[in-house]
Design a protein around this ligand. Structure first.
Ligand code: ZN
Length: 199
């Protein structure tokens, strides 16, 4: 953000009185333009032992696979946003079953809230943002062709839970190594991982 949305004057970086960090501040009207993290909501849609993935028709990650997910809208609950994104990207009418993972990506100011969900009908119809949508068995998941590290880790955590036969709600930070692509899960480590068993 370069110009004040109130008066149009240029912004500068400085620490406002009484604050403890640098902000974007208007050089004329002094208005502080706070920047806060964005919330990404999405669904891990299970059908038996299969998982729903969509192949992206837009950047970033054109042609790569992702779970249905996108930015939370104002006035929307996390679960409703996750269902909306699933409908928009996959044409799938889903029911949220449980929270699955809360993943912090502080280097890009994003927080992911992922839910486990199931299909309400068999209907699948790729939306404008998807080239195709289909279900994958665990062994078929295209790990090298996933669009986003958070999706990679959410899927990994889900499959790990299946392996041990116990569901959890996960909370963790995904820390970028500081080098290499921010879109490659190999450049991330999972930290401060909290697991709460379900049921
Ligand atoms: Zn201003």
């Amino acid at each position: 953000m370069r110009f004040c949305s109130e008066c149009g004057a240029p912004l500068e970086d400085r620490v406002p009185a009484g604050d403890d960090r640098s902000r974007r501040v208007c050089t004329r009207c002094e208005r502080v333009h706070y920047q806060n993290p964005l919330v990404v909501v999405g669904c891990l849609v299970e059908r038996g032992d299969e998982l729903l993935l969509c192949r992206r028709a837009i950047e970033p990650g054109y042609g790569k696979w992702t779970t249905p997910a996108g930015f939370l809208e104002l006035g929307e609950t996390l679960a409703a946003g996750a269902c909306r994104e699933t409908f928009e990207e996959a044409g799938a009418d889903v029911e949220v079953l449980a929270p699955h993972s809360q993943l912090d990506l502080t280097h890009i100011g994003q927080h992911y809230a992922m839910f486990r969900a199931r299909m309400q009908s068999e209907r699948l119809a790729p939306g404008d943002e998807s080239l195709e949508c289909r279900f994958f068995r665990a062994a078929e998941i295209p790990w090298g062709e996933l669009a986003f590290p958070a999706v990679h880790f959410a899927l990994r955590l889900l499959l790990d839970d299946r392996t041990v036969g116990r569901r959890h709600v996960h909370h963790a930070r995904l820390r970028w190594s500081g080098a290499g692509s921010r879109f490659d899960a190999a450049n991330y480590v999972i930290e401060d991982h909290l697991k709460t068993p379900l049921g």
